[in-house]
Design a protein around this ligand. Sequence first.
Ligand SMILES: [Zn+2]
Ligand SMILES: [Zn+2]
Length: 500
Amino acid sequence: MGVWILAVAALVGAQAPVDPQDFLEKYGYLHQDHHIHNAVEVQLAVRDFQWLSRLPVTGQLDEDTLLQMAEPRCGVSDEGSQQLWAQRVHVIFTGKNRPQHRSKRSFTQVEKWYKRHLTYQIVNWPQHLSQGSVRLAVRAAFQLWSNVSGLVFQEAPGGPADIRLAFYEGEHNDGSSNAFDGPGGTLAHAFLPRRGEAHFDKAERWTLNGHKGHNLFIVTAHEIGHTLGLEHSPVRHALMSPYYRKLGRSLVLSWDDILAVQQLYGKPPGQRLVRLPGQVLHAVLQEWELIELQSRPEALGKPVYCQNVFDAITIDQNQSVLVFRGSVYWTVSAAGSVSSPMPLRQRWPELPSAIEAAAFSPLDLKWYFFKGKRIWRFTDRSLDPGFPKRSSDLGLPRHPDCAFYYAPLGHMVVFKGSRYSVLDLKTLRQVPYYPRQLTDWIGVPQGTNGALTHVDGRLYLFREQQFWRFDPVKVRVTREGQWAKDLSWTGCIPQSNRIL
Ligand SMILES: [Zn+2]
Ligand SMILES: [Zn+2]
């Protein structure tokens, strides 16, 4: 058994290393007794995993399979999901339940609540999000399910409650296999009825409106599904898919999620289904944030982005730094004064909220913004004719990590995962021989959320709370640290504390 583990460990490389055997045991594909598995068992387990993850079912631990194992996901085991799904589909075609057979868990005793009115309680709170916005997001997450089923939910702030939501770090008294693993990997887990517990990894960068970080609303809605008795779904875009997905434009609940909850609790009274697309919820959450940010003076003179992850950062021709998050942005002037949060659409009305990358180019004095499949270009506040354009028409990837103008190349550089692209701003075409591997940028990690060239001529790259300073002459990273503590021009060090 040792051989295949060694052979694949190298492939995962710089990504969060995942031991495939541990993974397959933890998520219910291999039995945990003695940790001894023959080749056939492992192959079957890999096939089951590939099926639920919508990968080609080969039984081989190939690179795609290993990368999928490293994706952020729910901590609940996938065991039994496949049979339950087959059962759900069978009901669609025949209208009746299939007689049960075999398997460790008996499906005749489905785990569910025997009442329709359930209460919930938020036991404690995540860092860096206000209680008001968390409460709103949790309420909306429960409402997704009550909109399509016979269930009704009510918050019981003081408890006792049927369903309790709590944030924990590391081990938290429900077994070492349920211990949280810090940022990335397992985001949250929950128990089937009628234990009524959903736990969230406190160490994640939770967000409700930004594009970077993990969206607490979507993860809560998924975990609520488990507390109601739902298991993981193999359906693409299902909320109950084990993998984290962003809040997008599509409907939050898929047909499979609705079918699963209705098989347990029936249809809503009056049979009227309400299904909200993600963009509606997104808009509501952002409006809420804006009202809240503007009504609350920034605590201790520090803007709120300082404690969290931002979506994008850039610097303009006056050396003002712009920091983008959700529907707002801040400016930090060259002299170091920080603006209050300003609505993105007030300055650039055509932009969507929660952009993924932004770059001001000193070459043509234009602003470039990236989100999803599209690129916007502005001259000052006016959208240039022909924009937004499709990224693919320019030869660029969708959903970039970050973008910046890079003087040594005289072009725009766009990072995405393990590769980077180079865009010629005059022709709006990708420069020949790109994309190339990110390893060209020695010392720069994958998954950065923003980058800019500061007045000292060096490139600064950001990921969550960390920064990397890349020296274009030495062509490698020469310094790393915590941007909010170490870089005064981020606007996060109160002016009185600054050493000049
Ligand atoms: Zn789950
Ligand atoms: Zn737990």
